[in-house]
Design a protein around this ligand. Structure first.
Ligand code: SAM
Length: 220
């Protein structure tokens, strides 16, 4: 089964023989692909919406994997049961605010977290920073003209600076060409908003956008 470039990159961070919970597992693409490659031992595919839950169940059955992948209709980490002995959790393709809410509402129980926020990665990093999770790797990639971040974390002490929370400690260090592209685009977007604000003379907002542009220019 061919995964999208985004999910294939997420799959690269799943350890061999992991017991995986994929939360928000529309079609269960990720656990099915990993199981077909015999890379994981067991998986739970958790979905809160009936339609995607049925699609996940169908895809798992179609691939003859119903014994090895349990599909559960549940919100967030409530899909995981103690006997699953989950040691790796993926939460992908959602906003960073929702990912942080899912983590806050449940107990990841020291599992490795592989998180792929579509937007607001800073909210994910804030949660990790406050909940004894240490970022061990990050990635940024482009697919179909969209830019995605991946954040991998394990239990451990870490105190990130404000800048690291906003831009990502590893992404900031590497500053690869996708990272540069993302933030050059952010500057253009912010400058457009700023021009409009100057027309309506909204002083407070003008300051806010000027500071944001300055902050981005400093890291590029
Ligand atoms: N993870 C897949 C991916 O990255 O391609 C699917 C992403 S899809 C855009 C997001 C999925 O998360 C939807 O199927 C949605 O129903 C599900 N979802 C949203 N909130 C959830 C929650 N609290 N618990 C479980 N699933 C959730």
């Amino acid at each position: 089964m061919n995964l999208s470039k985004r999910l294939a990159r997420v799959a690269d961070f799943v350890p061999i023989n992991a017991r995986l919970a994929d939360i928000g597992s529309d079609h269960a693409y990720l656990p099915v692909a990993l199981m077909l490659e015999e890379k994981i031992e067991f998986a739970v595919a958790g979905e809160v919406v009936k339609g995607p839950f049925e699609s996940a169940r169908k895809n798992v059955a179609l691939n003859g994997l119903s014994e090895k992948i349990t599909v559960r209709l549940a919100s967030g980490l409530a899909a995981i049961e103690p006997q699953d002995e989950i040691n790796t959790i993926t939460i992908c393709g959602m906003g960073g605010t929702l990912i942080a809410e899912i983590l806050a509402a449940g107990d990841p129980n020291k599992a490795r977290l592989i998180l792929q926020p579509n937007v607001a990665g800073e909210n994910v990093r804030t949660w990790l920073n406050q909940n004894n999770y240490k970022i061990i790797a990050e990635d940024i990639l482009e697919e179909n003209e969209k830019i995605y971040e991946i954040i991998v974390a394990e239990c451990g002490e870490q105190k990130l600076s404000e800048k690291e929370i906003e831009f990502g400690p590893f992404l900031l260090q590497e500053k690869n060409k996708i990272f540069i592209k993302k933030y050059e685009h952010e500057i253009i977007k912010n400058e457009r908003v700023l021009a409009n604000l100057k027309n309506v003379k909204n002083i407070e907002k003008i300051k806010q956008f000027e500071n944001q542009i300055k902050k981005i220019r400093e890291i590029l």
